[in-house]
Design a protein around this ligand. Structure first.
Ligand code: 5GP
Ligand code: ZN
Length: 137
């Protein structure tokens, strides 16, 4: 088993685990962006979000919802930024789905999700909307 998160889930590699559930494990990021930076992972090895089985997806998002308040309160934070790097092109470095929960404080120097994008759009909203709806049919 070469996946580092599979090894953490299996207990083979130590991690500061904060929650263990039947389908999900949550532990502290070893290189935290802020105190209380938690990673929530499905137990099953899946590289990208869209490959999750429905039950695993349900369990993952439920765990994120369950953890968001306690993580924020434990750190005395004002909010949390919650995000997923989904695919290598996005900066995902560990190919096992993980949701980042990062506590936030006013004036902490970090931006919103909007600040990571240079906003180089080329297409109209109706064009893009139609393309996505066609894929969903
Ligand atoms: P990504 O860039 O793939 O969204 O984030 C991967 C995260 O996993 C990084 O923030 C990194 O610090 C964290 N990470 C990588 N290896 C380990 C590890 O062995 N243990 C823990 N706890 N976190 C890790
Ligand atoms: Zn894995």
């Amino acid at each position: 088993m070469s996946c580092i998160f599979c090894r953490i889930v299996a207990g083979e590699v130590p991690a500061e685990v904060v929650a263990r559930e039947p389908e999900v494990v949550a532990f502290l990021d070893v290189q935290p962006l802020a105190d209380g930076h938690v990673l929530v992972v499905p137990r099953a090895h899946v590289a990208q979000l869209e490959d999750l089985e429905p039950a695993a997806a349900d369990a993952l998002f439920r765990a994120v919802v369950h953890l968001a308040g306690p993580v924020r309160e434990a750190l005395g934070a004002a909010g949390t930024t919650i995000g997923v790097n989904n695919g290598e092109a996005t900066g995902q470095t560990v190919p096992h789905v993980h949701v980042h929960i990062v506590p936030r404080w006013p004036g902490d120097g970090a931006g919103s999700i909007h600040t990571i994008f240079p906003r180089r759009t080329k297409r109209t909203l109706p064009d893009v909307g139609a393309a996505i709806r066609a894929r969903l049919e």
